[in-house]
Design a protein around this ligand. Structure first.
Ligand code: TZP
Ligand code: MG
Length: 212
């Protein structure tokens, strides 16, 4: 049986990190992260390739998918499990074609974008931003739990809720239809393993295997 994409997705963030991305990702996996997204805004492609390769050497033995934010070419070159795109990144249909057999995620802000993501062959969507966030300056106006419910009604794709997610508001996002959660501020800094474990505990345990 194929496990749908769900659970807690750990996203790397250099500013929020205290122990470095590699330690953070190891700790996040130890805490039960179901997926890792390598996000490195402003990094050069060459640098991203090196970091992505090392991250893959951490995630692969653990059986946790590694997806690359923005740069699907990096995902392809290092053999990562997928990529995550925004609405203004590389066109979904192109990425879908080039990432055959891999995970392609797309950020959406409303029901219409969610429908288009499904039609375009995305494997999951990131519903964003649910709550106000200081982590992403251009995240846009928060859509709230109501916006998340509208997106839930519009698609059968797995939804990861992102933006201002904390341990306190996480249950409300799950209740509104999120299959998974992403948090940067609330999962980063010191104590990544424990923070991720608290998020992961909100989801029922499933066996690990290829998620697509
Ligand atoms: N995409 C939409 S909001 C966001 C990203 C990467 C930032 C999430 O960070 P935080 O600190 O969990 O609000
Ligand atoms: Mg992007």
């Amino acid at each position: 049986m194929t496990r749908p994409l769900s659970g807690f997705c750990f996203i790397t963030d250099r500013k929020a990190s205290r122990l470095g991305l590699f330690q953070d990702v190891s700790d996040a996996i130890a805490g039960g992260a179901s997926m890792v997204q390598y996000r490195d805004k402003g990094a050069r492609l060459q640098g991203m390739l090196i970091v992505a390769q090392k991250l893959l050497s951490i995630t692969k033995p653990a059986g946790v998918p590694l997806i690359i934010n923005d740069e699907f070419s990096v995902a392809l070159q290092v053999g990562a499990d997928g990529c995550h795109l925004g609405q203004s990144d590389f066109p979904l249909h192109e990425a879908r074609r080039m990432m055959a057999g891999k995970i392609v995620g797309l950020t959406v802000h409303n029901a219409e974008e969610a429908r288009r993501a499904e039609q375009g062959g995305a494997n999951y969507i990131g519903a964003s931003p649910i709550f106000p966030t200081g982590t992403k300056a251009d995240a846009g106006k928060s859509i709230g739990l109501e916006g998340l419910r509208e997106i839930r009604k519009a698609t059968r794709l797995p939804i990861f809720a992102i933006g201002g997610i904390t341990l306190q508001n996480a249950p409300s996002a799950i209740e509104a239809g999120a299959d998974g959660l992403c948090a940067i501020s609330a999962a980063s800094g010191l104590g990544v393993e424990g923070k991720v474990a608290s998020f992961a505990a909100l989801f029922p345990k499933t066996k690990k295997h290829n998620p697509i």
